[in-house]
Design a protein around this ligand. Structure first.
Ligand code: NDP
Length: 315
């Protein structure tokens, strides 16, 4: 079985930053990228708040830079999806694409988070036929048409603004009487003429047989139902950490975020470190993810050095 000194799972800012540090420390890291190479930033447009890019940068462009920087120091970057782990024994056994097992002395988890869905049947039935969780990926298909977007966080605002530039009208469905998004994003949304905000409004059902034709919404104060004709329905209600494969081994909170020792990236299993959105439900920024990726690589280095010292003392 192949033996890997430092295995990194995931290829967002956390994974690539861990790789850059681990490569430069001669730990010969191997990254398994996951299906979405580059992570969530591949679905973002303009990133304006990542230090070092004074003019801003497109998310996919930024991830290309991360990738190239990791490659420059010799990181072994492989396309593959981790389907199973066994952290009960050491070295850890990690299964790739259900078929290949590798042995890892240390693991850095950087699996990030994925979009949440409303969970209504019509959303599943029409997924890919007008229903999407990524305005940046699919907004183009609704050029000059009417669309709806659910959510009231920064992501929903950002996506509503993006859609407002392509679509004739954006109906924004907000379940409470206020938005969670930052003030500046709310102001931008409210001052955009072709975005209409529906307060206290929940999605009852998305209508249409083969493609989206309308959405039936319900006002939570009055109980009144309204049908809004639309062609596209976007969901932007937050994310779920990609940590299911670690259940049973690693401590996590009730939402599935990995729990690390305060001020470190150490999980409850020695040699397994967690970075990025998989362990962060508070900040969830590219720059904080990158920061914890760096921490994880430094901690791996220290862990391996301590182990080596221990072995030399025994020998
Ligand atoms: P958030 O968790 O911040 O917001 C999720 C939103 O979806 C909330 O308004 C929530 O409503 C709503 N929601 C959840 N479930 C449902 C449901 N079933 N039906 C209707 N509405 C629902 O997620 P985001 O993805 O927006 O943001 C995540 C993090 O990323 C935040 O920290 C944010 O600040 C950050 N971010 C920053 C950006 C930037 O700085 N440029 C851009 C994008 C994100 P309720 O409020 O009622 O709970």
């Amino acid at each position: 079985m192949e033996k890997i000194k430092c295995l990194i799972i995931g290829s967002g800012p956390a994974g690539y930053t861990a790789a850059i540090y681990a490569s430069r420390a001669n730990l010969n890291p191997v990254i398994y990228t996951g299906i979405e190479v580059g992570g969530q930033l591949m679905q973002t447009t303009e990133v304006e708040n990542y230090p070092g890019y004074p003019k801003g940068i497109q998310g996919p462009e930024m991830m290309k830079d991360f990738h190239q920087q990791a490659e420059r120091f010799g990181t072994d970057i492989r396309f593959g999806y981790v389907t199973k782990v066994d952290f009960a024994k050491h070295p850890f056994v990690v299964t790739i694409d259900e078929v290949k097992d590798v042995e890892a002395e240390t693991v850095i988890i950087a699996t990030g988070a994925s979009a949440k869905w409303l969970g209504i049947p019509s959303e599943k039935r029409l997924n890919g036929n007008g229903v999407s969780a990524c305005a940046v990926c699919d907004g183009f298909f609704f050029k000059n048409q009417e669309v709806a977007i659910v959510g009231a966080g920064d992501t929903a605002c950002e996506e509503a603004l993006y859609l407002s530039k392509l679509c004739s009208k954006v109906h924004m469905l907000v379940r409470r009487d206020e938005m969670r998004a930052s003030k500046i994003m709310q102001e931008r949304v409210k001052s955009t003429p072709n975005i209409e905000v529906y307060w206290n409004t929940e999605t009852d059902e998305i209508l249409g047989e083969h493609t989206v034709e309308a959405v039936r919404v319900v006002n939570t104060s009055s109980g009144e139902k309204t049908i809004i004709p639309i062609q596209g329905f976007f969901v932007a209600i937050g994310h779920k950490p990609n940590t299911d494969i670690f259940k049973g081994f690693l401590d996590m909170d009730k939402e599935g975020y990995l729990i690390t020792k305060a001020g470190t990236t150490q999980t409850n299993i020695e040699g397994v470190f967690a970075s990025g959105d998989a362990q962060d439900k508070i900040y969830r920024q590219a720059v904080t993810a990158a920061g914890t990726g760096c921490m994880a690589a430094l901690e791996v280095e220290r862990y391996l050095a301590a182990k080596e010292y221990e072995m030399s003392q025994q020998g």
